[in-house]
Design a binder for this molecule. Structure first.
Ligand code: Z7Z
Length: 393
């Protein structure tokens, strides 16, 4: 018998404090059933990881949200990366691996570090600010659209767009409905930004469109792949940076450790991604009858993977709920793993390292000076507001 649990992983009360429910799901068994949405769910590290690696049994092509594309029309044109399976997936993934390769990203390092230092200098002059809009949002909204080759206007549209897409992986609840209000102009803007004419002649956008010249992909496919960058590259890093700042403000010893050795910046960002798991969940759909532990699940079932619960599973992690810069956290699933593992992780880590490195070198203290407010989203975990004061080092 698969244990059935009375938990709704897409409601505000759950998001306010998901950790007791995570523990209940992990402890109930390797797989649980959630009648609230008629779905199965895995919350233990082992099962989440196994599922991410077994793309043959657990498909993405029927959508990685609650909605089954075999039964419901997708709300937007499906992604050629996220919402595909091999062999279709591999052609576009190979191209994106090349566009976002470590050597391509390496060329951005100097500009990313300079932008982080300028931003932290400005914030030090202000002293008090809101770390979400003024830092966690401001930084990616500058460096990332620059790297894609986008014009300077209307970049803030990227935030409501990401909010829509990441809500869309959950049920059509109030959060998703609210994100869809006034969607039309945002959707039209994103589509227009994906066209070659909108993009500069250098940058990741141009690199994708160049593959259409070579005949590797069609122009229409190039536009959908640029859309992937615009979708997955902003809200994710905003919440990753927000998580890191929130961790450093709460775990003062860790921040002092980072100041003493700024080369820990990369490790600090990685540990924040593990602990806070900005991407909390997404789904797969079973392609056949599968066994999880001793249990059997039929073909065509939606299974929710709780990355955030896996990343705090005490079966895998010692002192799982602690932020520890020196922890060996390789193997966390905050960026996924397997064939769909985050293709932009190299870029995200560079952003994290640049911002946390600048904080380590320039800032002596970070204090929370107002009530932090959570941002509610069906997939992403993060803050709407985090008032802080920083002092110069
Ligand atoms: O390709 C895409 O449009 C895309 C959208 C969302 C790719 C990835 C994601 C995503 C990232 C989904 C992290 C869930 C978690």
């Amino acid at each position: 018998m698969i244990p059935a649990l009375d938990i709704d992983p897409f409601c505000q009360a759950f998001f306010d404090d998901p950790y007791p429910a995570h523990a209940a799901m992990r402890d109930a068994g390797p797989v649980v059933y959630l009648p609230a949405h008629d779905i199965h769910a895995v919350a233990r590290y082992q099962q989440v990881r196994d599922m991410l690696l077994d793309w043959g049994s657990y498909a993405s092509g029927r959508g990685v949200g609650l909605s089954d594309f075999a039964k419901e029309k997708p709300w937007r044109l499906p992604s050629l990366l996220l919402e595909t399976d091999p062999p279709l997936h591999d052609r576009t993934r190979k191209l994106m691996d090349k566009v976002l390769s470590p050597s391509a990203v390496r060329g951005l390092r100097e500009a990313f570090v300079a932008a982080a230092e300028t931003l932290i200098d400005d914030l030090l002059r202000r002293g008090s600010f809101d770390a979400v809009p003024d830092l966690a949002e401001a930084y990616p909204l500058t460096v990332f659209p620059d790297a894609i080759g986008m014009p300077a206007q209307n970049r803030r549209f990227l935030l409501p767009y990401g909010n829509m897409v990441f809500n869309s992986f959950g049920p059509r609840n109030a959060m998703f409905e609210a994100a869809l209000v006034d969607a039309a102009p945002v959707l039209a803007w994103v589509q227009a930004q994906s066209r070659r004419e909108a993009l500069s002649s250098s940058g990741f956008g141009a690199a994708i469109h160049a593959a259409a010249d070579d005949g590797a992909i069609s122009v229409a496919e190039a536009e959908v792949l640029v859309r992937s960058l615009l979708t997955a590259g902003v809200d994710t890093t905003v919440n990753g940076l927000g998580a890191a700042i929130y961790c450093l403000a709460r775990f003062q010893n860790a921040f002092q450790q980072l100041r003493a050795d700024p080369s820990l910046a990369r490790a600090a960002f990685e540990e924040a991604v593990r602990l806070e798991s900005p991407v909390q969940t997404f789904f797969r759909t079973t392609t056949r009858e599968v066994r999880i532990g001793e249990e059997t699940i039929s073909e065509g079932s939606k299974v929710l993977m709780l990355l955030g619960a896996a990343n705090r599973d005490p079966r895998r992690w010692e002192r799982a709920d602690e932020f520890d810069l020196t922890r060996r956290n390789a193997g966390h699933v905050g960026f996924g793993t397997g064939i769909h593992g985050c293709v932009g992780a190299v870029l995200a880590r560079l952003e994290g390292e640049a911002v946390l490195g600048a904080l380590a070198r320039k800032v002596a203290s970070i204090d929370i000076v107002g009530e932090p407010k959570r941002r509610y989203n069906n997939t992403l975990r993060g803050m709407a507001s985090l008032p802080v004061r920083i002092t110069a080092g």
